[in-house]
Design a protein around this ligand. Structure first.
Ligand code: F6P
Length: 541
């Protein structure tokens, strides 16, 4: 199955698409008053209502057939078994082991990884208890009040997203901050209000070689040394999270203060590993464990549930439906929860770094569309920025509306208003407003103005509605998206767990840094545009 478009189910889906592509959600709902119940799924208290999609029962049958033809069931089994499915890097893909709360043995190279996973979790919890209780003292004897996580990409986005989403669960005495950008402003701005005596740094990098992280870490080290005048301070103010013990030691961090993880954990899938240390510091070991429990519950659902009732699978297949048949280019993530304001940013990396590929597993170029552009912002802010285009633009942009029945921070009727908007938007997207309805409301309106006020509708959305944003629910939601992305990667026949596309820019940046610092007269050997930009920088920096 190297060419998915040649499978029988794909061909059937193409003819099916030609038949139903113009059907309107208005008619579908009118014809079937039970549609909302038919196209819905519940997992714990999380409801997925996918009835406002341009589908019928046959669409879902054919999409599940496609998943079977693509070998999804076998692929799921292989990932969970520890097989080296990341073939281009010859690695297993076992983020599911990090939250395997059942402790079922998971073998890599003949060895069960679970004792190692549990040992690191225990060390993390002990460390967090010390810092949170104030018994871990800085070099001058003061307890730690600020923790600055220095990392980028997967070593930043997931932990930062979770710390924001779970703010009501965070320890009030500990300020957990994140520095990722090599732009000096990020570090300087973050440190400007902090006292070195009360500040600890987590240097979080799987490889411990990433330019941005190592540069920020070195500057943070200088800031600390300047404050204390002794290298002995580093051991009290720096810990590392990495797979690279040698480079951690070379940096000067005591490896007893290093929390390890393993090469079978992809950076963007690492928030349940020691990369989650800032989360555990912020919310505490018990809440962190509850988050892992949520991840695990969804992992088990994904591993054991038939495709037709499998939430990540269905969401993945609906994404394929729009991406490959309706030619939708992008996908919106729209949480109606301000605390989830970094959720889309994190999913951008998880999704786009995983499935933003154009070479199929056999090395040939794909002849079909792969990962969509993922983007989004919380409601209701997004309604006042880009929703105009979602409602009346020329592009079809499917999206997920994510909301919670209960507020984390109830004030007056804020939450009722928030959720009224949440519901109104998907209703408007699906059903729009006909010209006849506009004219009935405004008798005498000109045809031209009525056309401006007409909404076509038929814009597909999923509604994800849970009771409350708890650590467990955040875990459930994250695992849901991780496995949605896995499902799509299998169908598109790409390697979802490497990221070769990021390497070229990294290598070129290193060379250009040499050019930038080589002196104004040093020869430049790039194209004329690149040479001129470098020269301008040399002259004016
Ligand atoms: O952006 C590329 C990447 O390799 C990501 O996959 C990763 O999350 C990020 O860089 C950071 O890498 P590291 O944790 O090794 O510093």
């Amino acid at each position: 199955m190297s060419d998915i478009t040649r499978t029988a189910s794909w061909q059937k889906l193409q003819s099916h698409y030609a038949r139903i592509k113009d059907e309107h959600l208005r008619d579908m709902f009118q014809q079937d008053p039970k549609r909302a119940a038919t196209f819905a799924l519940e997992f714990e208290d999380l409801l997925l209502d996918y009835s406002k999609n341009r589908i019928n029962a046959e669409t879902m049958t054919l999409l599940c057939e496609l998943a079977r033809e693509a070998g999804l069931e076998k692929a799921i089994g292989e990932m969970f078994s520890g097989k080296a499915i990341n073939e281009t890097e010859k690695r297993a893909v076992l983020h599911v082991a990090l939250r395997n709360r059942s402790n079922r043995p998971i073998m890599v190279d003949g060895e069960d990884v679970m004792p190692g996973v549990n040992a690191v979790l225990k060390r993390m919890a002990d460390f967090c208890e010390q810092v949170r209780s104030g018994s871990w003292l800085g070099y001058s004897g003061k307890p730690i009040r600020n923790v600055v996580n220095i990392g980028i990409g997967g070593s930043d986005l997931g932990p930062k997203m979770a710390c924001e989403a779970l703010k009501p669960f965070c320890c009030k005495n500990l300020n957990v901050l994140f520095v990722s950008n090599v732009d000096g402003f990020h570090l300087a701005d973050t440190l400007s209000a902090l006292d070195p005596a009360e500040t600890m740094f987590i240097v979080a990098s799987k490889t411990f070689t990433t330019q941005e992280t190592m540069t920020n870490a070195m500057s943070a080290r200088d800031w600390t040394l300047k404050a204390f005048g002794s290298k002995a301070a580093i051991a009290r103010h720096f810990v590392a999270v990495s797979t690279n013990q040698d480079d951690v030691a070379a940096f000067g961090i005591d490896t007893r203060n290093m929390f390890e993880f393993w090469d079978w954990v992809g950076g963007r899938y690492s928030m349940c590993s020691a990369i989650g240390l800032p989360i555990m510091l912020a919310i505490g070991p018990a809440h962190f464990t509850a988050m892992l429990d949520g991840f695990h519950a969804m992992d088990e659902h994904f591993r054991t549930t038939p495709l037709e009732q499998n939430m990540p699978v269905l969401m993945g297949l609906l994404g394929v439906w729009y991406n490959n048949f309706f030619a939708a280019q992008s996908y919106a993530i729209l949480p109606y929860d301000q605390a989830m304001h970094r959720f889309a940013a994190h999913l951008q990396q998880v999704d786009m770094e995983s499935n933003g590929k154009s070479t199929s597993k056999d090395g040939t170029p794909v002849a079909w569309q792969t990962g969509p552009v993922i983007w989004g912002e919380p409601g209701t802010n997004s309604q006042h920025s880009f929703f105009q285009l979602l409602h009346q633009g020329t592009k079809l942009i499917p999206g997920d509306f994510i909301g919670f029945c209960k507020s984390q921070t109830p004030i007056g009727d804020h939450h009722q208003k928030l959720m009224a908007n949440f519901v109104a938007q998907t209703e408007a997207m699906a059903f729009g407003k006909t010209t006849a309805a506009v004219k009935a409301e405004e008798p005498g309106i000109s045809d031209a103005l009525a056309a401006q006020k007409t909404f076509d509708g038929n814009r597909p959305t999923n509604t994800l509605l849970a009771d409350e944003l708890t650590p467990r629910m955040l875990g459930i939601l994250m695992a849901l998206y991780e496995h949605k992305i896995f499902t799509q990667g299998v169908i598109w026949n790409v390697y979802s767990f490497d990221q070769w596309g990021v390497q070229l820019g990294k290598v070129l940046a290193k060379n250009i840094l040499k050019d930038l610092t080589a002196g104004k007269k040093a020869e430049l050997k790039h194209d004329c545009s690149t040479n001129a930009i470098i020269q301008r920088l040399r002259n004016r920096m």
